[in-house]
Design a protein around this ligand. Structure first.
Ligand code: FES
Length: 75
């Protein structure tokens, strides 16, 4: 059974994994980057807080520690 993808932004069908993959390529991601590149928070805005939480968690863990998709917790 395949794991259910955790959507960060339902309106644009953006998965948390897509944000994590982008963060692997580029450090210092900001909300503006997520909006411009993936469309996160460009429709209803309900994903905004979750996206900010994810970015903050990524910012705290730039030392290479990964974040579990869907939980913003360390793995
Ligand atoms: S859930 Fe992301 S803009 Fe609506």
């Amino acid at each position: 059974m395949r794991p259910c993808p955790m959507y960060l932004c339902v309106c644009k069908a953006v998965r948390e994994q897509e944000v994590l993959s982008l963060a692997d390529l580029e450090s210092g991601l900001r909300m503006r980057d997520l909006r411009e590149r993936l469309g996160v928070c460009s429709e209803c805005g309900k994903c905004g807080q979750r996206a900010l939480d994810l970015l903050r968690t990524l910012g705290r863990n730039r030392s290479g520690v990964r974040v579990a998709p869907g939980s913003a917790r360390l793995i």
